[in-house]
Design a protein around this ligand. Structure first.
Ligand SMILES: *[C@@H]1O[C@H](CO)[C@@H](O)[C@H](O)[C@H]1NC(C)=O
Ligand SMILES: *[C@@H]1O[C@H](CO)[C@@H](O)[C@H](O)[C@H]1NC(C)=O
Ligand SMILES: *[C@@H]1O[C@H](CO)[C@@H](O)[C@H](O)[C@H]1NC(C)=O
Length: 630
């Protein structure tokens, strides 16, 4: 491309920019949040401040701090550690909000330096008396891109006059306390949040495109959950510009625009002679709009997120796949009706309006509480422009703030919007470290202490000092918080697995059932084994009695009887006994024998007998025992 052509393209771009500037001058609403000075009394009151377009505003929450104005590096353009300054709050002190002056460097750099010096928020004082503007991140500067991503603290621009007041109070030695409040930053008119993302299919514009693509990829899951649950209504939008009338037949307009100069996008490489043209971007934007419309008609608007992410992955400009063939392949793979999408896109060569893109151009102009859309990407939540980092957690926080408290969907109370308050001392909530259980829940409104539900078992308690499993299945989890122990292959548990069950030591133990159950020494005071000939030996959870000499102990009756049969030791021995028993059953002494036999069988053998001797009806056995006892 010759020098002449270059300058001509510059002129054209100039026109596009001019159009954009006209839009900007039309009406641009700065999202304000309220900043309230709580002390000193002389400057108490609420002031406007414009939320910066990076960092993470605490949507739905508020934040208090002390304003600090540095003695050196007052514009915050240099690293504060070079001046030996730190704004980390001393333990127990309020967070520090650093006040810096506007000018000399990027807003984002000031905020980055402040964050590194330990400040919790930044107030940038304007240097001229003017209406507040939004502090945006720079369009395209690779070196700053890296740190902008890491800015987490919120920032706000304040008016010059207010800045002076703050400085005056600080220099007079006053402690200036302020409260930044984002609770009303997102209106919540009903139980559904409407939001729009102004985006672009161009994947080669540097930092902003990368950020946008990463956001769409990260946010897709949450967006789809919210949409499927009917919690949100999402609409994607695409900005287009038009070619000035005088240039519609120029080569440049032809390569940047469709429909005879009506809908244009800047050249992706900003070089008209190579690679893709603006026209390709407009066409793909139009296709993505049509994908949304067709998906929306089939009541599955969330397919747009799948299409956009799949297209990014499968059809990048870098691999020269940013074209119709590749797009059609993605559309087919998602089961969308290709014909309907083509019909929606219309004829891009026609010298007439395209209804879809015309609507987009009209939507670009602000209405109600929302200003004109001029910054790409732009997120609009409940018709308010979102300010802050375009990242999953931050955006989810803003969407969640759009719900009335208690109507927010579960995803708002999930890990996706962590405040990390649980990391610090478990947020002051109950926890069982051994079982890895906690009552601390990170939500976008801050942490809450709430007893957990684990594997379907509800824990109940105040959430701060106590939580205990309740209901069926409670013993499966950490043994219901009750005592349990195993020794020599024998296990005992103090958990009662039924509704309202408490911890109680099992028979043979005593204690609180929670921390400890002590073995009861049944032999002490001759409580067990009271028969004359027997001796008692305590075991863990039970006891053993044995009779002296050749006698056999019968536990049910606490008595010793003489041994007749061979010692009964195992199942096999039992079978032998049964065989002998059966043999004897044939004999005349059967009835007599049966009586004696029964009277010394322990309960285990009786159970086996029940299986091997159908002659005996089972309920005869206990009857007999009670006869015996009577
Ligand atoms: C930003 O954070 C990432 C991950 O925490 C880190 O690897 C990177 O070095 C940080 N960038 C800057 C400029 O500090
Ligand atoms: C999507 O569908 C809903 C109703 O199903 C409708 O209210 C909304 O306007 C549609 N959006 C677009 C962009 O067509
Ligand atoms: C504790 O549980 C959390 C999630 O429930 C898990 O991410 C973590 O790895 C667990 N930690 C241990 C030590 O088991």
């Amino acid at each position: 491309m010759g020098r002449y052509e270059r300058s001509k393209s510059a002129i054209l771009l100039g026109f596009l920019v001019l159009n954009l500037t006209q839009l900007v001058m039309g009406r641009f609403v700065v999202e304000k949040n309220s900043l309230r000075v709580t002390s000193p009394d002389s400057i108490k009151g609420t002031h406007d401040s414009a939320i910066g377009n990076f960092g993470i505003p605490q949507y739905g929450g508020s934040m208090s701090g002390t304003v600090v104005y540095p003695k050196e590096n007052q514009k915050g353009c240099k690293t504060f550690s070079d001046f030996g300054s730190s704004f980390k709050p001393k333990s127990g002190a309020m967070p520090n909000f650093l006040l810096v002056d506007r000018g000399d460097c990027l807003f984002a750099l000031k905020v980055w330096n402040a964050q590194n010096a330990g400040a919790s928020a930044v107030l940038v004082a304007d240097e001229v008396d003017e209406a507040l503007i939004t502090m945006d991140s720079p369009e395209e500067e690779r070196s700053s891109a890296k740190y902008i991503e890491n800015i987490t603290i919120p920032s706000a621009l304040i008016e010059k006059s207010f800045g002076e007041k703050l400085k005056k109070a600080i220099s007079a030695g006053e402690m200036v306390s302020v409260n930044l409040d984002w609770r009303e930053a997102v209106p919540h008119p009903d139980d559904r949040v409407e939001y729009e993302l102004w985006t672009n299919s161009n994947d080669e514009c540097g930092f902003k495109c990368d950020m946008l693509m990463n956001f769409v990829k990260d946010f897709k899951g949450a967006a789809q959950i919210l949409e499927k649950g009917g919690y949100t209504q999402f609409t994607p939008h695409y900005i287009t510009w038009y070619c000035p009338q005088a240039f519609t037949v120029s080569k440049q307009c032809k390569s940047q625009c469709i429909n005879h100069g009506r809908y244009c996008a800047p050249d992706p490489e900003q070089d008209f002679s190579t690679g893709y043209d603006g026209k390709d971007v407009v066409l793909e934007n139009l296709r993505q709009l049509c994908v949304f419309r067709v998906a929306n008609e089939t009541k599955k608007p969330w397919i747009w997120w799948d299409y956009v992410t799949d297209f990014q992955i499968r059809c990048p400009m870098k691999e020269k796949k940013y074209n119709k063939e590749c797009a059609d392949m993605v559309i087919k793979s998602l089961g969308l009706d290709l014909k309907k999408i083509e019909k929606c896109m219309g004829d891009s060569d026609a010298d007439s309006d395209n209804s879809v893109l015309k609507e987009e151009q009209e939507a670009q102009v602000g209405k109600g509480s929302r200003g004109d859309v001029t910054i790409l990407p732009t997120l609009v939540v409940n018709n308010r422009q979102y300010r802050g980092k375009l990242a999953k957690g931050a955006v989810l926080k803003a969407l969640c703030a759009g719900f009335e408290e208690t109507t927010e969907p579960a995803v708002c109370l999930s890990n996706d919007v962590e405040t990390n308050e649980c990391l610090d001392n478990n947020g002051g909530c109950w926890q069982d470290k051994a079982a890895n259980l906690t009552a601390c829940k990170d939500t976008f409104r801050g942490r809450v202490c709430e007893c957990p539900v684990v594997n379907g078992v509800q824990f109940r308690g105040d959430g701060y000092s106590s939580c205990a499993a309740t209901g069926p299945g409670r013993c499966k989890i950490n043994n219901g918080g009750c005592w349990q122990d195993t020794r020599d292959g024998r296990s005992f548990s103090a958990c009662m697995d039924h509704e309202g069950g408490k911890c109680a030591c099992p028979p043979g133990f005593k204690g609180d059932g929670v921390k400890s159950c002590e073995d009861v020494d049944e032999c002490k005071d001759k409580k067990a084994c009271q028969c004359a000939e027997c001796s008692c030996k305590n075991t863990w959870g039970s006891y053993d009695c044995s009779c002296s000499g050749d006698l056999l102990y019968i536990r049910d009756h606490d008595t010793c009887i003489s041994k007749r049969a061979t010692e009964v030791k195992s199942g096999w021995a039992a079978v032998w006994v049964i065989l002998i028993g059966l043999g004897m059953a044939g004999g005349g002494g059967f009835l007599v024998y049966k009586y004696r036999w029964r009277s010394y069988m322990d309960s285990e053998i009786r159970a086996i007998m029940a299986q091997y001797m159908p002659l005996d009806s089972q309920n005869e056995v206990p009857n007999h025992v009670s006869d015996d006892r009577a």
